[in-house]
Design a protein around this ligand. Structure first.
Ligand code: MD6
Ligand code: FE
Length: 213
């Protein structure tokens, strides 16, 4: 077993069994992705959702695809309707779907069919505390997570919340594919540092693709 190898698309680094970092995988496609994101935002703009505990999240979010992830006072769920406008979420751009499928295949998960893309925007100071992704119906499917813009530190823990976390720096264009034995590991994002990126300005944008339904 090598722990470092050249995949067809670039450098591929195992994080833990089931989770792999495809360094710079999305760099070439980033301008197209960010352009297509503008069309999504025209229908479903950024919003800060409320946690079930009543706190406003520091990360701004939106969704595209058939299902969107929603948090409010009643809990977390996937919903076909954007609660901000009562309409279905915008369709997933073809550039998004192609990237998610290419990355999952490069990581060894064939035929990934994402039906949900949660889009996160971090401004300096925004963070995401340790959590598990468990609102999807079938945890057999992987998650593909794309980092754009400012860098961030990804915290990667274990199955128990108290397990020790690894710290993984994520840069513009990095893609994490995550499934199998790592699917329910805890993870989070440390408070974003101040900075300016030529493509996104003063923020980091994260696209997370799932098969939720
Ligand atoms: C983020 N990501 O990178 C937050 N979840 O901004 C996540 O919460 C995440 O990157 C599941 C799988 C991959 C992820
Ligand atoms: Fe997550």
């Amino acid at each position: 077993m090598r722990d470092l190898f050249e995949a067809e698309e670039g450098l591929s680094l195992p994080i833990v069994p089931g989770a792999v970092l495809l360094r710079a995988f999305a760099c070439d496609r980033a301008p197209q992705l960010l352009g297509d994101l503008e069309a999504v935002l025209a229908s479903s703009p950024w919003r800060h959702m409320t946690t079930p505990g009543g706190f406003l999240m520091s990360v701004a979010m939106t969704n595209c695809g058939a299902l969107g992830w929603v948090s409010d006072r009643t809990g977390y769920r996937y919903d076909r309707i954007d609660p901000a406008n009562g309409e279905p979420w915008p369709a997933m751009p073809e550039s998004f779907r192609a990237l998610a499928r290419g990355a999952s295949a490069a990581a060894g998960f064939e035929e990934f069919e994402p039906d949900a893309c949660l889009v996160n925007r971090y401004e300096p100071g925004a963070r995401l505390s340790l959590h598990q992704d468990r609102d999807e119906r079938d945890h057999a499917h992987p998650i593909v997570s794309v980092s754009l813009g400012l860098p961030a530190v990804f915290l990667f823990g274990g199955l128990q919340r108290a397990d020790k976390s690894k710290r993984l720096p994520l840069a513009h264009g990095d893609v994490v594919v995550w499934g199998g034995p790592a699917r329910l590991n805890h993870h989070g994002i440390l408070p974003l540092k101040e900075g300016e990126h030529p493509l996104t300005g003063r923020c980091r944008i994260n696209l997370t693709f799932r098969k939720a339904g």
